[in-house]
Design a protein around this ligand. Structure first.
Ligand code: ZN
Length: 148
């Protein structure tokens, strides 16, 4: 039997929904996303839409980008990502430093330092801590110094 080359030997279809424990289906995002121009594939709870949990796969693979999330958590992650991105977009740290910062904040190895893995609690922590950093006089001073 030939295995799919891209699944790295792990069968993600054995995943269970973290909210209701139901099996998970790997399906096209058609009908779930308003538009699916990129032909995104999703892992969706088999109780969808009653249970609104899913996660998308990396394009062209069956590897999920994170853990399954319901709408509330998906929105939180989106917001947390915006805050996180500001850390390196604002220039107070590089993108690499920002991921080290995240790994340290969530007490996880760098390989797992991705917003897509975060639950509600750590999404909120990322937002709070990013805000603190962005508003910190220390960084504002540093930024000013760099401009001189
Ligand atoms: Zn479910």
């Amino acid at each position: 039997m030939k295995k799919k080359s891209k699944n790295k030997g792990y069968n993600y279809s054995l995943m269970r929904c973290p909210y209701c424990g139901a099996p998970v289906k790997f399906v096209s995002a058609d009908g779930i996303y308003k538009e699916n121009k990129n032909q995104t594939m999703l892992y969706v709870c088999s109780n969808y839409p009653k249970c609104d949990a899913y996660v998308r796969a990396h394009p062209g693979t069956n590897i999920p980008v994170g853990t399954m999330a319901n709408q509330k958590l998906r929105l939180l992650r989106e917001t947390a990502h915006t805050y996180f991105d500001r850390l390196h977009k604002s220039g107070i740290m590089t993108k690499e430093e920002a991921y080290y910062w995240l790994a340290n904040l969530i007490q996880a190895p760098l390989s797992q330092a991705h917003i897509g893995y975060l639950g509600e609690y750590y999404c909120k922590r990322v937002m709070e801590e990013s805000m603190n950093l962005l508003n910190s006089p220390r960084f504002n001073k540093k930024k000013r110094k760099n401009l001189i």
